[in-house]
Design a protein around this ligand. Structure first.
Ligand SMILES: *[C@@H]1O[C@H](CO)[C@@H](O)[C@H](O)[C@H]1NC(C)=O
Ligand SMILES: *[C@@H]1O[C@H](CO)[C@@H](O)[C@H](O)[C@H]1NC(C)=O
Ligand SMILES: *[C@@H]1O[C@H](CO)[C@@H](O)[C@H](O)[C@H]1NC(C)=O
Ligand SMILES: *[C@@H]1O[C@H](CO)[C@@H](O)[C@H](O)[C@H]1NC(C)=O
Ligand SMILES: *[C@@H]1O[C@H](CO)[C@@H](O)[C@H](O)[C@H]1NC(C)=O
Ligand SMILES: *[C@@H]1O[C@H](CO)[C@@H](O)[C@H](O)[C@H]1NC(C)=O
Ligand SMILES: *[C@@H]1O[C@H](CO)[C@@H](O)[C@H](O)[C@H]1NC(C)=O
Ligand SMILES: *[C@@H]1O[C@H](CO)[C@@H](O)[C@H](O)[C@H]1NC(C)=O
Ligand SMILES: *[C@@H]1O[C@H](CO)[C@@H](O)[C@H](O)[C@H]1NC(C)=O
Ligand SMILES: *[C@@H]1O[C@H](CO)[C@@H](O)[C@H](O)[C@H]1NC(C)=O
Ligand SMILES: *[C@@H]1O[C@H](CO)[C@@H](O)[C@H](O)[C@H]1NC(C)=O
Length: 553
């Protein structure tokens, strides 16, 4: 099961949050975790989710859990989206390699044995085959998708090669890139064989220069000549296009409600409700990409506005799977229309969530505008999906994937350990300090206890990734006597000011640097944890305390 957060950023404010935030929000966040805990059963938990969700939501009303700032599994974790890529993906397997070998044997154009004995010719197809076989044998958790022709490395017997892959644990069709340097030896009767391989992203000669796009908007006039670095990420903001196209559309517009600045899971729960209603009504959802990140996730300990949806989630995938328009573009087109036409755009304003989706189904207005002006908790978007509506409106979970930019960091960290690592999830922070609800947690996660416990579960000198909310970096030093310890902060440069992530997120933020915040940390930490070969959980494996406090398990 995919379990909650490794890091609970900046502990103290949890308590503050709990006392500040009204109880229903509190219970609500708790319920989401519970729902996930209960319904998350790979491969396909959300299929029967609708019923399970409502049941759990009505049953667990007076729970006394704690918010723990964990990261909700998204579409690519639960794998409900069609796993197949839009462009047919060819997976490299033993069978496909054999086939291309056979084909080659039939071709007489191959260099003869004497020639190839002298030097390694990287563009010889047999070199690639040797490398493909090697990779398949070494990286069992990886699906290899496309290789490029190897090129010369820095020495005569070296070849650099790039490929695309995905991790078997990720159920999306998103592809990631790696390029490595291999040493090639020549075996008996002239066969090539890999005698050594360098690490993640070592084959720099095979790195393709990336094409640069010229504008941030995909259709509109190119305002700024901002380059998009990752040729695989296209999260430009789509425009509606012509006036006629705008007028022909049907839109569902939600004003900002009480959800703003609440936790990320609250946001998702609400956002997906809106998106689900839009799908039910067969309308385009007007979406605000500008978010407010709750204080719990911010090093500053304050709510921070102006965060971009694209920092956290995959907007490209969302564009492809749902009909959406960005709020700014939408309002611009709307204003323009009303200015230049006598007849205004037909609009239906809906003041209360009590007007149900079913009542709006027949409405022909161009815009349905739901306003959320009531006091909390009457102004939460997700209330639209409560009651009767829950039977009709489905939350499109598959539309939400985590940001590819964050996932690139996850791949980089896992890749640097050659996907050959074990991980332990050490939950400390608030929970460790609360002896009433978690009497043994602090002791059970002390360095000495950890070392003793892990000795029984993980071989010495393995790579050990520690996903944790323990802020003190040296806390785990004791484990270094037995394991090669890796912590998220060991990879700081992946989001530091010389990183690709830094450059790319800066472009989304009008050229201002973006902070790697607590939510991003938790998201990356969790995903790396998830890719480990052996995974040790705090609750169940390290301590007998219950995840949600005493007597809850
Ligand atoms: C709360 O829990 C108590 C004891 O577990 C139970 O008796 C009560 O009915 C619950 N209240 C609600 C509203 O579910
Ligand atoms: C290669 O040739 C053999 C017979 O020589 C034939 O059976 C096989 O189908 C051929 N393979 C390909 C891929 O052309
Ligand atoms: C290397 O192999 C490729 C493909 O077989 C061939 O076209 C090329 O001429 C070879 N180069 C050398 C230097 O042998
Ligand atoms: C690669 O190296 C071989 C010899 O090691 C050389 O003959 C060939 O020209 C090189 N190819 C390129 C593209 O530099
Ligand atoms: C290479 O030699 C081995 C034994 O030395 C033999 O089994 C194999 O069939 C040979 N491969 C080819 C392609 O001739
Ligand atoms: C990018 O845009 C700038 C100015 O808009 C233009 O001068 C430049 O030629 C464009 N580059 C490409 C590769 O299209
Ligand atoms: C980016 O996506 C938009 C659709 O959202 C599409 O119109 C545009 O052509 C894409 N750009 C590239 C370079 O793929
Ligand atoms: C949804 O709307 C599109 C055009 O906006 C229309 O072509 C389609 O028939 C509608 N589907 C349903 C089920 O109403
Ligand atoms: C990156 O950050 C370091 C330390 O914070 C600073 O010394 C350096 O000048 C920065 N480099 C750039 C390119 O901003
Ligand atoms: C980031 O951008 C700077 C300045 O444009 C550039 O010098 C640097 O090479 C870029 N770094 C990466 C990793 O792309
Ligand atoms: C952790 O606990 C679970 C549940 O008891 C168990 O299935 C799993 O094997 C344990 N993990 C390790 C690494 O021992």
């Amino acid at each position: 099961m995919k379990e909650a957060s490794p890091t609970e950023p900046i502990g103290q404010n949890l308590i503050k949050l709990i006392s500040n935030v009204c109880f229903s929000v509190f219970v609500f966040s708790v319920l989401i975790f519970t729902v996930i805990a209960i319904t998350y059963q790979p491969p396909d938990p959300w299929l029967q989710s609708s019923k399970a969700l409502t049941r759990v939501f009505t049953e667990v009303e007076n729970a006394t859990f704690k918010i723990d700032g964990s990261v909700l599994p998204t579409g690519e974790d639960v794998g409900i989206a069609p796993v197949v890529s839009p462009s047919a993906v060819v997976q490299i397997t033993e069978a496909s390699i054999e086939k291309s070998e056979e084909k080659m044997v039939n071709l007489s154009s191959l260099p003869s044995c004497d020639e190839s004995l002298k030097t390694v010719n990287c563009s010889d197809p047999r070199v690639l085959i040797a490398i493909e076989k090697f990779n398949l044998k070494i990286f069992k958790s990886i699906v290899f998708l496309e290789y490029q022709t190897p090129v010369n490395g820095s020495k005569p017997n070296e070849c650099d090669v790039a490929w695309k892959f995905r991790n078997k644990k990720e159920k999306s069709w998103r592809k990631y890139r790696d390029f490595r340097r291999f040493r090639i030896g020549i075996g008996e009767n002239c066969s090539y064989r890999v005698t050594g391989a360098n690490g993640w992203h070592s084959g720099i000669n095979a790195r393709r220069p990336r094409p640069k796009l010229n504008s941030t908007k995909s259709t509109g006039a190119p305002k700024a000549s901002l380059a998009i670095r990752d040729d695989e990420i296209n999260d430009t903001i789509p425009t509606v296009g012509s006036e006629a196209a705008f007028r022909k559309g049907r839109y569902l517009y939600y004003s900002r409600g009480g959800d703003y600045c609440k936790g990320m899971n609250h946001f998702l729960w609400s956002f997906l409700c809106g998106l689900g209603e839009a799908q039910f009504l067969n309308r385009t959802f007007v979406m605000d990409l500008s978010m407010c990140l709750a204080a719990t996730y911010n090093p500053s300990n304050k709510d921070e506005e102006g965060k971009d949806f694209r920092y956290y989630f995959d907007f490209e995938h969302l564009k492809e799977t749902a009909s959406i328009v960005e709020e700014g573009e939408f309002l611009k087109d709307w204003k323009k229309w009303d200015k230049t036409h006598k007849k205004k755009i037909p609009i239906r304003k809906v003041a209360s969530y009590k007007v149900t989706s079913m009542q709006l189904k027949r409405d022909k207005s161009t815009i349905i505008w739901r306003q959320f002006d009531a006091p909390e908790p009457e102004n939460y978007w997700y209330r639209v999906c409560e009651g009767q509506a829950a039977k009709y409106v489905q939350r499109p979970w598959h539309a939400i994937w985590k940001s590819k930019r964050l996932m690139n960091i996850v791949s980089e960290i896992s890749g640097r350990m050659d996907w050959d690592f074990d991980a332990v999830h050490v939950v400390r922070g608030e929970k460790a300090q609360n002896k009433e609800l978690w009497p043994h947690l602090d002791g059970d996660t002390s360095p000495g206890a950890l070392l003793e416990k892990l000795k029984g579960m993980i071989q010495p000198w393995r790579n050990l990734y520690i996903a944790t909310n323990e802020p003190f970096y040296n806390y785990f030093d004791k484990l270094r006597s037995q394991y090669k310890v890796h912590l998220l902060d060991d990879y700081k440069e992946l989001w530091g000011n010389t990183s690709e992530w830094y450059n790319e997120t800066k472009l989304l933020n009008d050229g201002r640097p973006v902070e790697f915040d607590g939510y991003m940390r938790v998201a990356v930490d969790t995903e790396v944890l998830y890719r480990a070969k052996t995974r040790v959980e705090t609750f169940y494996n390290l301590t007998k305390d219950c995840k949600d406090g005493i007597n809850t398990c």
